[in-house]
Design a binder for this molecule. Structure first.
Ligand code: S3P
Length: 184
């Protein structure tokens, strides 16, 4: 059994470019679990990219859609669930994340995040005049929120998705409620 009996799902949180979707898919493949992703669910529901949704309906609408996706996922078990980097902003989402299962925070240094996200242009929050400064500001604001929901933290800088998946699987295997790496 890949997950401890007390956890229904594996949930990945972290900043843009931390590798949640790629690593999540890999772990789901290894464990034979379903893969769910809030961004993907919202894209499929609206038939638009996240950037298009931000442009046509605004960020507040997108944040409500993230909350609806998390509510929808509450019916799931045996899934690996990747989330958008801003999912932790809402208090109600932080409670939903915790109730979904074991929460893993994927971290990376600011330099590594910048190197990863500057390769593509599909992140609306980084379309600002100074995306590098936006990353600094958002990371400062959000890190304590990721920390507050996480059972386990895995540092990903310099690692391939395969290597991160190895680390997550190893940490989950060692984890027990109230024990290893438990922040609560
Ligand atoms: C966002 C992160 C994105 C996506 C949207 C907003 C954020 O997901 O949900 O662009 O607020 O950090 P990724 O973390 O998968 O890039």
């Amino acid at each position: 059994m890949p997950l401890p009996a007390s956890a229904r799902n594996l949930v990945l949180v972290g900043f843009m470019g931390s590798g949640k979707s790629s690593v999540g898919r890999e772990i789901a493949r290894r464990w034979g679990y379903r893969f769910l992703d809030t961004d993907l669910a919202i894209r499929q529901k609206h038939g638009k990219t996240i950037s298009e949704i931000f442009e046509s309906s605004g960020e507040a609408f997108f944040r409500d859609e993230e909350n609806l996706a998390l509510q929808h996922f509450q019916a799931s078990s045996g899934a690996v669930i990747a989330t958008g980097g801003g999912i932790v902003l809402q208090l109600r989402n932080r409670a939903l994340l915790r109730s979904l299962g074991l929460v893993v925070w994927l971290t990376a240094t600011e330099e590594v995040i910048w190197e990863r996200v500057s390769r593509n242009r599909n992140r609306p929050l980084l379309k600002s005049g100074n995306p590098r400064a936006t990353i600094t500001n958002l990371m400062t604001l959000r890190n304590r929120l990721y920390h507050s929901v996480a059972d386990i933290t895995v540092e990903t800088s310099g690692l391939t998705h395969q290597q991160v998946a190895d680390q997550v699987v190893a940490a989950v295997t060692l984890w027990s409620p109230g024990g290893y790496e438990n922040n609560h």
